[in-house]
Design a protein around this ligand. Sequence first.
Ligand code: COA
Length: 692
Amino acid sequence: MPVLDRERETEQGGGDALPKLPVPALGDTLDLYLRTLRPLLTEEQYQETLKIVTTFGAPGGLGELLQRRLLERSENRANWVYDYWLNDMYLANRMALPINSSPVMVFPPQHFRAPIDSLRFAAHLISGMLEYKSLLDTRSLPLDYARGQLAGTPLCMEQYYRLFTSYRLPGPQRDTLVAQQSSVMPEPEHIIVACRNQFFVMDVVINFRRLNERDLLTQLDRISKMADSEEERLPPIGLLTSDGRTEWAESRRVLMKESTNRDALDMIERCLCLVCLDQSSGLDLTDTSRAKLMLHGGGGAKNGGNRWYDKPMQFVIGSDGCCGVVCEHSAFEGIVLVQCTEYLLKYMRGSPSKLVRAASVSELPAPRRLRWKCTPEIHKHLSSSEDKLNRQVRNLDMDVHKFHEYGKEFIKKQKMSPDAYIQVALQLAYYKCHGRLVSTYESASIRRFQEGRVENIRSATAEALGFVRAMADLKSSDTEKMERLRAAINAQTKYTVLAITGKAIDNHLLGLREIAQDLKLEKPEIFKDTAFLISNQFILSTSQVPTTVDMFCCYGPVVPDGYGACYNPQSDHVLFCVSSFRDSPQTCSEEFVQILERGLLEMRDLCVRHNADTNGNPSGKADERPSGNYKEETLERPVQSQAPRMVVGTPSALGDVQRPPPQVSVSKAAAKSQVDIQTQTTSQGGSKERKI
Ligand code: COA
């Protein structure tokens, strides 16, 4: 398969009609960079960094040289940052894909009464997938448009065209994103069905005819029976794909020595997608346990080997009703995943399956089991991969929590941006737990531009720090807290607008760093500075992923002492999916969620009291003064995000250099009481009783 040719895709993806991503002015980026560092550094550290940044940006200095080269690069490419970004964010990242990189969508639990029900569900889903794929093949997918200030702006569609055509090939130093090239005579299309850790080739187009749902069910039924046969069972090769990327590249190299394995790998790499028919996990299917199972499959003893993590789309259908999608992230963002998945679920709801049973006799060629030749070396790799996956499974600390008290509507009534409000609440929660703010990533779509992927909204603003400190200060009045809340939300909203219009700093700094490397220059001081490492250590990795059907998205943290915080705001509630690692003494998802909830209640009560004071209006409705950049905001809808994963430096590499400002380090047990803000009574303003 060729390396992804984006220029050709852009032609068809509506991309080339869009403006190019601008290169921000050097001075603007350096100013904003310094501003974002303020809340994260001590004064001493800040002054040190100020010198480094000033030298870098000085007239005639290195910054100007790199900026010129970046501008030249931008003239010759559709998107000057795309390759740098893809490499930095995904392909050069050596971490294992499950939990660390691959986001998942979790469906509501299905109630299958008999094994055939889950196969019927799978056939229905595949049928929907084929419908969707034909929209892609005929380029009939409607163009997405942005909303808000730049309403009507078309968005780049090219990510959609990678859903069923790309593959992340592991490499010893760097992976490659490859794509199938469409040819005049299309190849027969197949999917790979994983069942009991075995992989089966299931053609979905035979003799130029797309299989109907009954045929699909027949084939799935045959596969499920073939997988039951214990004599034919082969080792769980899929486990290898759950390992670190370098380790998997090495195992793959060994596998490739055998022609049988080469054939099997080729079939998997060229398939449309995987359908993983999972065995029952034996667990109680709560939101949290389903999220975990989707993220890691439950390890080697459960369905951890029933996966192939390099493939962008893996539909998981558990016989116990635990269903969802696991996505390899390098090819597209969460919005595309959500859009596609929502299409499928709506398709399934809109055309209920009428299938009763699979055909008892079928003329269709039987699905083919993929064979593997496993040397002792491969067995060694397998057991090492399994051990690591099992460790990951034990380490994941996940809490999916529905915050019932209010949702977007209440926040909008305060004339505030719901997204900015939730981001500020996340800052408050972290501050309550740890007594400081930390570098935070919120993904913002830049699909307004050709080949646009994401930019970072750095939510740990100085204004957010002002607000959380006011909330912790017993002497601070409601008026002051309210002013600080509005300032924090305004700052967050302004940053959002900068990010979605391509004027934020992360992509630009990355471009400057990478172009220096392309020019074979020594790494500039600004990128060796401890402050740069701290600012790229995203302890809070956050993302808004709203859905319009009953399902949710989640993902893992991106650093060992961090949180992944994915939220799904709805009109009257917000779903939070918080993840962290058990072996970090700094984090605990359940405590974080409890403290987040308390903070959200305090913020609501503050608004309600303030409205009552200023308006004599106890209803919680705000006065008419607008807050935030509502008019200036650019909103993209439906826009779902998956937190990008960027890890610059490891904690051990940072060692004791990461010296946070006034820091209160707390143990998990102490976290709850740490910097706890006085609980506001909820008696005013008609607030509801707490449900938790
Ligand atoms: N007063 C009243 N209402 C307001 C308001 C204010 N001050 N500010 C915003 N609103 C409204 C909006 O009109 C919108 O209304 P709607 O629900 O009727 O559409 C709603 O509140 C939500 O707006 P807001 O919360 O401000 O922003 P958003 O939901 O558009 O999302 C981002 C902001 C950053 C998440 C979004 O711009 C984005 O980029 N998302 C994509 C991220 C992405 O692609 N990630 C992929 C990574 S995998």
